[in-house]
Design a protein around this ligand. Structure first.
Ligand SMILES: NC(=O)c1ccc[n+]([C@@H]2O[C@H](COP(=O)([O-])OP(=O)(O)OC[C@H]3O[C@@H](n4cnc5c(N)ncnc54)[C@H](O)[C@@H]3O)[C@@H](O)[C@H]2O)c1
Ligand SMILES: O[C@H]1[C@H](O)[C@@H](O)[C@H](O)[C@@H](O)[C@H]1O
Length: 339
């Protein structure tokens, strides 16, 4: 691909996230086109490809990655399918934006790290889109000035309206709190060293058998304490909030105070109903940044190391949830390749 041509992207997995990324690449992103779509559901993928000129439909990711006009890959299949897709992308030396999780489990994430290192250059960006959310970006920039002093604590709230069918207690950690793991590492520039999970009496809104909400505590390598209220059947809205408490002040995001109305004896604003609404801008910026970097021949953004490190914290989190008590995170040494 030359710099003047658009980036031909194969989108693997065209469910909720994949279909939204196809729309984004087709209608919002500059410098890219959807060259191929892949899904094990042949009818679904054909329907999507038929709506986009020059886009081919595949049911096999490997066939799509070998096709003419495919310069890069966006993986949005379920996490269990990510390792195979990543390995195939490496065989073709294709740049990848891989939805979180990089892979479910640290052993498979380590295999991906090793394979990327064998290539000799970075190819993977992981879809931790909150790093592109303007509010989180502002918070990070403020912390970097040092004006507030050293971060002591980070309080997070992560609320979803309701869970889809099949959502398990482990998924509150692996699918949901994984975002706070990434945000903690990114904002504080520290690794998470231990996890404790407290379990309130489940909400009456939660499906039978689901441990929801949970209260998760991280300890970090720099001595900060981080808590996460994960509450995924709250019923009223999609909310992601964070407050950093530092030595000389605090900073808070996610209150959603964009538009406040006063009417009929009340004041207030709307609460987003899901992540595609709350983080629409972040997803747009993430994909644009990935396309721009890829066209420059660079890889920026969250790396495969970030994907591995969060997988390791997820494992500790699930053990803490199931066994109780404080579980230390087991993390490999960070290779210089990911410095
Ligand atoms: N960043 C975020 O905020 C965010 C939000 C939701 C989901 N996700 C991630 O996006 C990914 C997809 O989630 P989703 O909610 O869209 O799931 P989904 O179930 O809606 O869609 C997955 C799609 O992949 C297809 N598929 C299954 N196996 C496949 C394979 N081997 N090859 C190709 N296609 C295959 C399925 O048929 C389905 O159409 C997951 O990794 C999930 O964790 C990220
Ligand atoms: O997979 C989704 C997604 O990652 C959302 O950003 C998160 O808020 C949800 O809790 C999770 O289930």
């Amino acid at each position: 691909m030359s710099r003047s041509t658009t980036l031909g992207v194969a989108v693997i997995g065209t469910g909720r996230m994949g279909a939204d990324h196809v729309r984004r690449l087709h209608e919002v992103t500059n410098g890219a086109r959807v060259a191929a779509v892949v899904d094990v559901d042949a009818e679904r993928v054909k329907r999507i490809a038929d709506g986009i000129e020059g886009c081919s439909a595949f049911t096999d990711p490997a066939a799509a990655m070998a096709a003419d006009g495919v310069d890069a890959v966006l993986i949005a299949s379920p996490g269990t399918a990510h390792e195979a897709a990543l390995m195939t992308a490496f065989e073709h030396d294709l740049p990848v934006l891989c939805e979180k999780p990089l892979t479910p489990g640290s052993a498979s994430a380590l295999r991906v790290l090793e394979a990327e290192q064998r290539l000799g250059h970075r190819r993977v960006q992981v879809g931790f889109m909150r790093r592109y959310d303007p509010e989180y970006v502002q918070l990070k920039a403020l912390l970097e000035t040092g004006r507030l002093g050293r971060p002591l604590m980070l309080h997070n709230r992560h609320r979803n309206v309701a869970t889809p069918p099949g959502f398990t207690s482990e998924m509150l950690i692996n699918d949901s709190v994984v975002h706070e793991m990434d945000i903690t590492r990114w904002l504080l520039e520290q690794e998470i060293t231990a996890v404790t999970v407290l379990k309130p009496t489940p909400s009456g809104n939660a499906p039978e058998g689901l441990q929801d909400p949970q209260f998760v505590v991280f300890e970090t390598s720099g001595g900060a304490i981080v808590d996460v209220e994960i509450n995924v059947n709250c019923g009223f809205g999609y909310q992601v909030q964070a407050e950093v408490v530092c030595e000389r002040g605090t900073a808070r995001i996610g209150d959603g105070h964009a538009l406040v109305t006063q009417q009929a004896g009340h004041w207030g604003g709307a609460i987003a109903q899901d992540y595609t609404e709350r983080f629409e801008d972040a997803y747009d910026r993430q994909v644009q940044a990935w396309v721009d970097a890829t066209r420059r021949g660079e890889v920026t953004g969250p790396s495969a190391w970030d994907g591995y490190a969060t997988a390791a914290v997820c494992e500790a989190g699930v053990r803490a949830q199931q066994e109780g008590g404080r579980v230390e995170v087991t993390l490999a040494d960070r290779p210089p390749f990911y410095a």
